[in-house]
Every structure is written in structure tokens, then in C-alpha cells.
Design a protein around this ligand. Structure first.
Ligand SMILES: *Cc1c(COP(=O)(O)O)cnc(C)c1O
Length: 369
């Protein structure tokens, strides 16, 4: 079986360094908000080119805390609207609802699967306060177009970078295109911890200070609470493990790109719609997502031929039970994408033979009706 994502092998590459990091934390006797978190935050800021990185407990909390901080600063209030793509992973939307703001869904472009900048302006109202672009599957959104709209209407831009660690355009990295960005280090992400972890990047000092307080019970000075905060700290242990893996992120991204380029060159089956890449460095291939007209049939064929695939994502957010108020709305591009996509195995530990097998099996696929 060719695994969709072999996390065991991905982490085994760094076994001795990860064990050293674990021992360092164990022996330090300091497990929360210490030097490991400080060091990782410094390293990740350097990597992204941002002034601040703030470690948090997970990627969803990263987005929730950015919006929460803007509320505390008086920039957002409950009932305000945030524009978000209609085909994202649900977390991007939950972060808005959780803060009692209103997610306003905008369709993606069918060629990039990212929010279509040409459809944003029509959705802007006097209540719109921000755009939350999601760099889906590892590919940067059209940030020049999005930032131009944000500037025109005085909106904040909050990037969801959970799938796009290291994606670059015009010499800038994901996490440095807007006012603030949320990252996830969930184990399966391009930079994955050995458990839950996340971070926020920003160049805004006041926002950073507010978020730092919010994630630690709303406290800046111990036992003095400025806000009704939460506990969403990044563990020392996860920070230490992440610092090890961050050093190899660009190398792993290069392997992802090499595999993706082989898929793009050699998968020639006309039944398969391949992803479109505009700019190599703007795509870090968190997922290699293809489309086909009868996805269930293709998935079964691949499984029967020893290839594991995953669907990202089978149900669009507006069709989820959690968002019943949207169930009767129509987002045809999103619905088409959710109905046709299937993700092929792609990871930094895939062998050349495995990549060749996937290509060969896919090229041998035919619909028999
Ligand atoms: C994974 C993911 C998140 C949430 O990250 P967690 O660490 O799992 O909370 C948010 N947005 C997108 C697009 C994601 O893929």
C-alpha cells in the first residue's frame, strides 16, 4: 500500500535530534512559556520575515485569537463581517463564528481553488472589517489583489497559513502579506509537531502584545488580568520539537515540489484535471489535489491498486449541519470542487518508485460505464 501520508517515516528522519530536544526539555525542569517557546518564536519570525511570532495551542486558536484581539482593541465588534472563501477547511470559518462575527462566504476560482478576488468587492458592506484569505492546498492566494481591495475599503487582512508554511511571492513568505496570520503545526501539516501546536505572525506590536495576554488568561503581569482571556499556550516540548523540524522545512518543500512536478509532467490521463501552478515558489504542495467527474469510482480504483487517497474536503462548509442557516444557499463553484477533488499521496518521504506507481496506475484509469 502506498500511504497517503506516512507520519511515522517523516518523523523518524529526525529521531535523534527530536530525542535530544525532548531530553533538553525534560532536564530543564521548565515546561510552559520558557526558552524553547522563545527560541522557536524567534526562529519562525526569521523564517517568515515578520516582526513577531506568538506560539499558541493550535491553528484554530491562532485565528480565533487574532480576531479576539482586534475586538479587544476596538477594531472589530460582534456582528461585524469577515470575508472568507466558501471552500475552506471549516476552521477558518469557525474562528469567525466563535467570536460572534459573521462569516461572509465568497466563491473560489476554479483554477486555483483560492478565493476569487474579483468576487470580493460585491460582498463588502459597511459592516465588513476584514478579509480572511486561505492559502488552500499550499498555494498562495492572489495577495496583491486582496491587499489592494483591503486598502481601498480599510479592511484588515488575516491570512490562514495552516497549509502554506514557506510559500513565497515577490520575496515575501506566507504569514507576512497581511496584518496577521494563523499557522497550524498539526502533525500532518508541512511543518508538523508531535501533537497540537500553532502560531500567529504579525508586524503589529500592539496586536502582538494583546494576543500574548489573551492566550495566557488575559494577563500581562502575573495574577493581574487585563482581559477575560483563555489558555492557549504553545508547549515548551512542542516548541523544541518544532525548532528541530523547521531547519529542514525548505528541504522538505523542495522534495514536495519535485514530486509534484513529476505528477504534473507524467500524469497524462484526460479523465484527470491536474492542479494549475502560476508561480513555483508560491506553491508548497501541502496537498496534490486532482479533480475527476466520478471521484468515488476513481478512489475505489486507486484503493484496489494499493494507493491511499483522501478527500479535502467532502462537504462544503455551507452544507454542514453546524451551519444550518446556510444549507439552502448555493455556491456552485465550491460545490463542484467539493464533489470532484481527490488528493494523491505526496510527502517528503515518498520514494521515486512510489511516485512512478501512482503515475502509472492513474494513467491506466478508464471509466467503464
Ligand atoms: C489545519 C487547518 C486549520 C486548523 O489547524 P488546527 O491546528 O488543526 O487547529 C485551519 N485552517 C486550515 C486551512 C487548516 O488546514
Amino acid at each position: 500500500m502506498i500511504n497517503f501520508l506516512d507520519l511515522y517515516s517523516i518523523n523518524q528522519q529526525y529521531k535523534s535530534e527530536l530525542k535530544q530536544a525532548f531530553e533538553r526539555v525534560l532536564d530543564s525542569g521548565w515546561y510552559i512559556l520558557g526558552n524553547e517557546v522563545k527560541q522557536f518564536e524567534k526562529d519562525f519570525s526569521f523564517y517568515c520575515g515578520t516582526k513577531h511570532t506568538i506560539g499558541v495551542a493550535n491553528g484554530l486558536d491562532a485565528l480565533i485569537l487574532i480576531i479576539r484581539a482586534y475586538k479587544e482593541l476596538g477594531i472589530f465588534k460582534e456582528g461585524d463581517e469577515i470575508i472568507v472563501p466558501s471552500n475552506t477547511y471549516i476552521a477558518s470559518i469557525l474562528a469567525i463564528s466563535e467570536n460572534n462575527l459573521v462569516p461572509v462566504l465568497v466563491e473560489p476560482h476554479i483554477t486555483t481553488y483560492n478565493i476569487d478576488p474579483d468576487l470580493i468587492e460585491a460582498k463588502i458592506t459597511p459592516k465588513t472589517k476584514a478579509i480572511l484569505p486561505v492559502h488552500l492546498y499550499g498555494q498562495l492566494c492572489d495577495m496583491a489583489a486582496i491587499n489592494a481591495i483591503a486598502l481601498k475599503y480599510n479592511l484588515k487582512v488575516i491570512e490562514d497559513c495552516a497549509q502554506a508554511h514557506g510559500a513565497t511571492a515577490n520575496g515575501k513568505r506566507a504569514g507576512n502579506f497581511g496584518d496577521a496570520a494563523g499557522f497550524s503545526f498539526y502533525p500532518g501539516k508541512n511543518l508538523g509537531a508531535l501533537g497540537d501546536a500553532g502560531a500567529i505572525t504579525t508586524n503589529d506590536n500592539e496586536l502582538a502584545t494583546t494576543i500574548r495576554a489573551l492566550l495566557n488568561y488575559g494577563s500581562q503581569v502575573k495574577y493581574q488580568n487585563k482581559f477575560k482571556g483563555v489558555n492557549s499556550r504553545l508547549d515548551e516540548l512542542q516548541a523544541a520539537l518544532l525548532s528541530v523540524k523547521l531547519k529542514s522545512l525548505d528541504q522538505e518543500t523542495q522534495i514536495r515540489r519535485d514530486i509534484a512536478n513529476r505528477y504534473l509532467t507524467w500524469i497524462t490521463n484526460p479523465e484527470i484535471i491536474l492542479p494549475i501552478v502560476k508561480l513555483q515558489e508560491a506553491q508548497v504542495w501541502h496537498l496534490f489535489v486532482i479533480r475527476t467527474s466520478n471521484r468515488e469510482y476513481l478512489q475505489k480504483y486507486l484503493t484496489d491498486n494499493g494507493i491511499q487517497t483522501v478527500i479535502h474536503y467532502p462537504i462544503p462548509p455551507h452544507k454542514q449541519e453546524a451551519y444550518q442557516e446556510w444549507n439552502s444557499l448555493s455556491f456552485p463553484v465550491s460545490e463542484k470542487i467539493h464533489g470532484e477533488v481527490i488528493s494523491l499521496p505526496l510527502s517528503p518521504v515518498m520514494s521515486d518508485n512510489e511516485v512512478d506507481s501512482v503515475i502509472e496506475v492513474l494513467n491506466g484509469f478508464k471509466y467503464k460505464f
